[in-house]
Design a protein around this ligand. Sequence first.
Ligand SMILES: Cc1ncc(COP(=O)(O)O)c(C=O)c1O
Length: 431
Amino acid sequence: MNSKLPTITKSLAMYERAKKLMHPITQTLAKGPGQFTFGVSPIYIERAKGSKIWDVDGNEYLDYCMGIGPISLGYAYDKVDNAIKEQLEKGITFSLMHRLELEVAEKLHEIIPNAESIRISKQGADVCSAAVRIARAFTKRSTVAVCGYHGWHDWYIGTTTRDAGIPQQIKDLTVSIKYNDIESVRAAMTADLACVILEPIVFEEPKHNFLQELAEICKANGTLLIFDEMWTGFRLALGGAQEYFNVKPDLAVYSKACANGMPVAFLTGRDDVMSLFETDVFYFTTFGGEALSLAATLATIDEMQSKNVPQYLATQGQKIKDGFNALLEKHQMQDYISIGGYPCRSIVNFSEKAGDGLVLKTYLQQEMIKRGILWSSFHNMCFSHSDADVQFTLDAYNDIFPTFKTLIESKIVESALQGAVLEPVFRKLKF
Ligand SMILES: Cc1ncc(COP(=O)(O)O)c(C=O)c1O
C-alpha cells in the first residue's frame, strides 16, 4: 500500500494566486484549507467520477466527503448527467414557469410525508430562512429555537461565535435547545416561541422518543416544528428523518442530496401554513425554477427509488462501521478511537485519553491521503461506493493503525505531522 504523500505543486500554486484575490479563498468552509491539512492535502479538484476524485496535479483519491453532502449517487453519474444534458438542449431558465417545477412538486408530494405543499429554491440557507419567516408569520410570534447548523443567515449565525455584522436585536430573538435534552426544550417554550428548527439527527440517536416528545411539546405550545433535513433527506430514507422516525414536522427543508450535486432546495409542509406564501409572506427568487437542477432532481429520485439507494447507503456504511470496529479490536485501539453516527454518514471520534482531537484527526487524514483516500472524519456514503472501495478503506485503516497506536501511546502524534493542524469544524454555539 502506498504511503507517500502526493505531489500537490499545482494546488499550492493556485492557492497562492487565490490568496491575492479571495478572502477567504473558499466558498464552503468545509472544503477549505482549514479542514484539509495544509501542505499535505490537495487544495483544488479537477474532476471526479463515481466514488473517485482527481486533483489538479492528477492524483486520484477515493472520496468520502462527497461534495460535503450533495453527491448521493456518485460523481458524474450518467443517468443524472444525461437528464441534465437533455434539458440543456431545451434551455435552462425561462420567462414563465417550467413544467418541471410542477413535476418535481408532485414527486416530492409522493415521497415526503409532510409535503402537503412544496416550495422550490436553491440552497439550504434559503429554505431554512423561508421556513422560519413563515413560521413567524403563521404564529404571529418572533422567537426561534435552533439545534444544529442551519446556514449563514442572521437568526442562526447570531447564536455563534462568528456573529459580527448581526444586530443585537436579531440575536435576542434566537435561543438554542440541546439535542436529546427534553428539559431544554421545555425551558424554551415561551409564549413568543414561533418555531423550533433542528437537525432531526446529526450523529447521536434520538433517545427516549426525543423527536416524538419534541413534536408534542411544540404542538401544545402552538410552536411550529421544522426539521432541517439537509443531511438526512434522501440519505437516511428518501423522505428523510420524518419518514425514518415516523414523526411529521409542520415544515421541513431539504437540499444537499436531492439532485446529486445540482443546486436545489425544497421547503415542504402543512398546507394551512404554506398558503401564507400566496399573500402575506414574500419568498421569491430568480433562479427558483432553474430547469437543469429540476431535471437532475427527477432523475436522482427515480434512481433512488428504483435502486433503493438509502438501503444501499445503510448496507455499505454498516460494512465500514463493522470493519472499522473489528480493526479497532484487532489493534487494541478501542480506548483511543471509536466510530459513531448512522451508517449512511459515520464519523471517526477520538477519546480524550488518545490526545488532542485535532492533532489526531490531522494525522489520520494525512495517512489516508497518502493511501489515496480523501477523508475528513466522515464516511458520507454514496451509491458508487463499491465493496472494493469499502475493502480499500479498511485496508488503509489496517495499515495505519499500528504506527498510529505507537504514536498515541508515546504521545508523539504531533511530531509525525507533515502539514498544518486542522481547524475545528464550525458549529460553535455561544449558548
Ligand atoms: C444541516 C444544515 N442546514 C443548513 C445548511 C445550509 O445549507 P447551504 O450551505 O446550502 O446554505 C447546511 C449546510 O451545510 C446544513 O448542514
